[in-house]
Design a protein around this ligand. Sequence first.
Ligand code: ADP
Length: 533
Amino acid sequence: METKPKILIVDDRIANLISLEKVLQDFDVEFVRALSGNDALKATLHNYFALAIIDVQMPDMDGYETVELMRTVERTQYLPVIFVSAIYSDEFYISKGIESGAVDFISKPIKPAILQGKVKVFLDLYRQAEQLRQLLHEKEQTNKDLKEAKEKAEYATYTKSMFLANMSHEIRTPLNGIIGMTEILENSELTKDQKKNLEIIKISGENLLSIINDILDFSKIEAGQIELDVFPFDLEKQLNTVYNLLKFKADDRHIYLKIEIDDNVPRYIRSDSLRINQILINLINNAIKFTERGGVIIKVKLSTKKNAGSIIKFEVQDTGIGIPKEKQGTIFQNFTQADASTTRKYGGTGLGLAISKKLAYMLGGEIGLNSEPGKGSVFWFTVKVEFANADEVEKDVENTGVEVNFSLFKVLLAEDNIINQKVGSMVLKTLGLYCDMVSNGKEALKMQLRNHYDVILMDVHMPEMDGLEATGEIRKYYALHTDKKPPVIVAVTANAFKEDRDRCIAAGMDYYLSKPFKTNDIKQVFKTIASNR
Ligand code: ADP
């Protein structure tokens, strides 16, 4: 409910107060009377006034002194004051009045029409100021509500993504055990049938892992937790890696897979090569999956737009089933497939294109398709890049010809999961590496200070003391004991994101391996370590 504006009237004579109220009786206001300056100050403590009409000549504290005191308090600092004085015509009183912050004067005896006119002006101003205050208040409230709603939504997305991240982590740990063990079993003596069955276990495990990775990736992108990792790289080499990775799938389906790179496409560029690979693999996998006859061509072109820097366009062209026009708009949405029956026939989660779309935008580009049912599809995406030169691109360790005698390394494996311990140690064994094992960071620290290993493969999530903390402690020790050779610490974790990698490096780890343990990855890391020794 709107309250009436209040007017403070101050005069040492009650009769004057009554006559003031009478003159102003037509205004819809509430009067608060004060018989002295002191009374007036008291009244301002628990009232908010629109205006004060104050008699100048009062015993004890006169009107000027009263207003001077009011100006020192925030609440009444800007309170409009009309002085009422019998001797206002005196220059001295007027200037003193202005100094003390009066806004207007009126002389006694009061002329009703003049006082009413002045009061009306002040009340109008007051009402306008009130409206403004109200508007500001409402705006503040709306902003607050919006902020709260935004925070709630962000929190919900964050919890969802954390839930998915934790869940997929939990699923991945035993899954890594399964995949790792199949890799080891593959290298043992098996009958033909056993080999075939093992292959099925391996493929199923890898499919499950890629679905979980998709869900994790998607939720992380959605929660804004993915950063690009931009560095110079050899585009041609990357494309060959992708090609080699997928060529056998095309061969399996008896279709061709070709790459055509335009001559003007620079070989060395600066962008996030992993994310480009991820999109390419998604699109090529789809193209192979949905093509029975013919094949798939990957085309790479340079298209430089005005003011847009250099743009590289990747096209994945297939001769497969194609996509009807009405479905083309929706397939980039999460969990959407062109035709529900394709899930049964071809599998998939419907997340690949949604992830690819988000990644393409993150890379400064776009994504799209042209397709005709029965004829095939062309999926394309663009990426904003900078040119780089060969010197900037790190030399590949594999090409340095380092031959490593793995048995020379003293290795400690810190891993709390027994299955992963077993898989890890067996993979190391296939490389001729024997390791000691511990199951938490505390033990890792103790064993390291006792045995001084050359390399520690350190799980990040462990009970009692996690891998990051243990690394910190180990680094502290070696900083004080410079006569001893510090170990190389390799982070081993199921979280394959740059943020996780950055945290490991920041904690003092040197390299990064993502689970599941793969013989080749471990070999690569040890080759790098050997070449840097
Ligand atoms: P999925 O895991 O189901 O493949 P995607 O997001 O990668 O998820 O693809 C969504 C849907 O788009 C697929 O289920 C399929 O219906 C359609 N699609 C994608 N690529 C192709 C293609 N090259 N040819 C025909 N249909 C395709």
